[in-house]
Design a binder for this molecule. Structure first.
Ligand SMILES: NC(=O)c1ccc[n+]([C@@H]2O[C@H](COP(=O)([O-])OP(=O)(O)OC[C@H]3O[C@@H](n4cnc5c(N)ncnc54)[C@H](OP(=O)(O)O)[C@@H]3O)[C@@H](O)[C@H]2O)c1
Length: 340
């Protein structure tokens, strides 16, 4: 191996400053702490995090809700203490079994948590190389929300060119990706959002935008092939009433009125309503699928997908960003630069 092709070596600190939540609660439990820089396992890469982003997932892990989540994340205290389910950065070390990356590679992907720290250990299979010409900020805004959107409109709905899709909750993380991906797949897109987001949802490609504070997508009379629901703001019967006879209802999220029973209770009601109709129902939990991530990378590189970033913050902005997500009305994505 010539000197120029040898992997670069990075000097790594022993500790780092990170945003940490050591107990379940509201965003005021988030503190900036000095923690140990992780060591990658055999199948991991260690990434210097240039940027991460916040997702609804981070709110669920912070608050420990719905309560079922605590069965896997710790009943009394969270196992996952650093928020940030997305990562874009530079590989600084690789595990013994990793052959796909080497130090110096630029990667992005979904890491499940830990992005709000300068160094992150992540399974190599959960990251892919960054597309050329795409910023760390844009790449970090994409994985969790973009994967959910791809798996909703492409995998679950099998959305076809020319079909009509209704995206409820078009202004949030998942929604802003779903609008653009549905357009890239050749669909006719109607987005639902509040007044302040109408211009943004139209600007990212929606053919029609329904402002739910003034208009009602249920009583409007339009019929869709697919409804991608990021909110769960209507009853099962109302959702099915906007679909064509062979329409597909895809649930990304449901109401959160009962933190013990939702969203399962809503899913059961939706499933039962579909059993008695010609329309179909699917719900899913997004996965860190490398093929889908690569697809997102292609859309980013071609400019068909432009992540909407409302602001970029340092570690001291993480708590406020999480609070905004918890309000249920965050606009698009909040990116975090842990080393800023
Ligand atoms: N199944 C999965 O694997 C999966 C993956 C990711 C996320 N999720 C879930 O999916 C949901 C959406 O995620 P996200 O990341 O997009 O959340 P987000 O970024 O927090 O966005 C929420 C959006 O919902 C909109 N909204 C609130 N009330 C609405 C209403 N009545 N009608 C229409 N839009 C409304 C808000 O827009 P306005 O301000 O305009 O109201 C806001 O932009 C979350 O509940 C999350 O937990 C599930």
């Amino acid at each position: 191996m010539s000197e120029s092709t040898q992997p670069r070596r990075f000097e790594l600190p022993k500790t780092m400053r990170a945003a940490v939540a050591r107990r379940y609660g509201t965003p005021d439990v988030v503190a900036i702490e000095e923690i140990t820089v992780p060591t990658p396992g055999a199948d991991d890469v260690l990434v210097h995090v240039e940027a991460s982003s916040l997702n609804a997932l981070d709110w669920h892990f912070l608050t420990g809700t719905p309560y079922m989540l605590r069965l896997m994340n710790g009943l009394r205290r969270p196992k996952r203490i650093v928020p940030g389910a997305d990562v874009a950065g530079t590989v600084v070390a690789v595990g013994a079994q990793v052959t796909t990356f080497e130090p110096g590679d630029l990667v992005f992907g979904e890491c499940g948590g830990g992005g709000c720290s300068p160094y992150l250990k992540v399974a190599a299979k959960h990251v892919v190389k960054m597309p050329t010409g795409v910023s760390f900020e844009a790449a970090a805004a994409t994985p969790a929300a973009g994967l959910t959107a791809v798996q909703g409109v492409r995998t679950k709905a099998d959305l076809q060119p020319g079909e009509r899709v209704l995206i409820n909750g078009a202004a949030g993380g998942v929604g802003t990706f779903a609008v653009q991906i549905a357009k890239a797949l050749g669909a006719e897109v109607t987005g639902v959002c509040s007044t302040r987001n109408v211009d943004m949802v139209r600007a990212i490609g929606a053919d029609e935008v329904i402002d739910y504070t003034n208009d009602d997508f249920v009583s409007g009379g339009a019929r869709f092939d697919v409804m991608l629901d990021n909110v769960g703001s209507r009853t099962p019967q109302e959702n099915l009433s906007v679909l064509k006879p062979a329409g597909r209802y895809i649930s990304v999220s449901g109401p959160k009125e009962n933190l013990w029973l939702d969203p399962m209770r809503y899913s059961a009601r939706m499933w039962w309503a579909c059993k008695r109709s010609s329309q179909s129902f699917a719900q899913f939990v997004a996965s860190a699928n490398a093929d889908d991530l690569a697809f997102l990378g292609e859309l980013l590189a071609s400019g068909q997908l432009i992540p909407q970033v409302q602001r970029t913050v340092g570690l001291d902005g993480v708590a406020e960003g999480l609070a905004e997500i918890g309000s249920g009305h965050v606009r698009s994505k909040i990116v975090v630069q842990p080393s800023a």
